[in-house]
Design a protein around this ligand. Sequence first.
Ligand code: KG4
Ligand code: ZN
Length: 349
Amino acid sequence: MEKNPQNFKIILAVESSCDETSVAIVTSEQKILSNIVASQIKSHQRFGGVVPEVASRHHVEQIISCFDEAMKQAGVTMDQIDAVAVTYGPGLVGALLIGITAAKTFAWAHNLPLIPVNHMAGHIAAANFVTELHYPLLALLVSGGHTELVYMKTPGSYEIIGQTRDDAAGEAYDKIGRVLGVSYPSGKIIDEMAHHGNDTFHFPRAMLKEDNFDFSFSGLKSSFINTVHNAQQKEITLDANDLAASFQASVIEVLVTKTLRCVKELGVKQLVVAGGVAANRGLKETFTKIIAQEQLDLQLIVPPVALCGDNAAMIGSAAFIEAKENHFAAGNLNAKPGLSFPEQQEIEV
Ligand code: KG4
Ligand code: ZN
């Protein structure tokens, strides 16, 4: 007899949208029984970014051992698993298809339901491992491919109310990292460098004062690159830590100011910051400082660093919400590389 999705206790989740192959087993009490992440970063580093074909090949090589290891570490038997969840977008089509095919096969072989999960919903759901979420809430999603303010009125409902018009925040970190000679992905190292430098260059703060919740990082990136190239032509050496600190100061000021403006307008009491860039120390410190300074009635929730980057545990957590809504996939589930949340029409609060 099929189990009631409201009572699912254990979900096996699969994530393969970009350059991490991951399989996790999580419980409805938000306990992570296992979360195996096989990173391919070393293979992409020499190209300065993720090469889709290389990513797909690595996923094929890694996925079976990730399943095995996740089952072994979790110490659960097959009959304890209630459902299989998988990221079906957004991401690289070839990479997504490996995870989807593996998840479908596993679900079919063990007669389990299949839950399709939006990768970005997964990033937000990582906050469930920190504390209980109360709705409505606002999420700032900052990753290598996305920079979005997402309003969640209820669990499982997502409305984009602001987003980048060009580069994502993480993408900007990775692009200026190349100019600084930092290996891909550069966010973590630039964050460290920034802590040893000062904002001496005062790069532009794009769209800071505009009356919307959108972002833009390509002007900042160009300004950074021009500054470095001009100095190189004049054979002047600039302080790399000051450059990193100046870049980071601009990114953080725009993200924090516009997000907190949005928090006030919506009157939400919880702010989730999620995605790879949420691991940024300066970003978390600045949010914490300003929330305290302004005495805002706001709980800041940032997942631990290991759960900010891509991993399957967050997909498992989001899957419990989808299961409760009866969102299941059929055997013909396909990858949706451009999957997005609906854009906000009009918010009723
Ligand atoms: O969410 P994620 O792991 O993959 C995507 O779904 O895109 O995010 C990866 C991005 C990369 O651009 C990386 O440079 C950035 O997150 N990142 C950081 C930090 N750690 C990772 N950016 C700024 N500061 C960090 N500490
Ligand atoms: Zn991601």
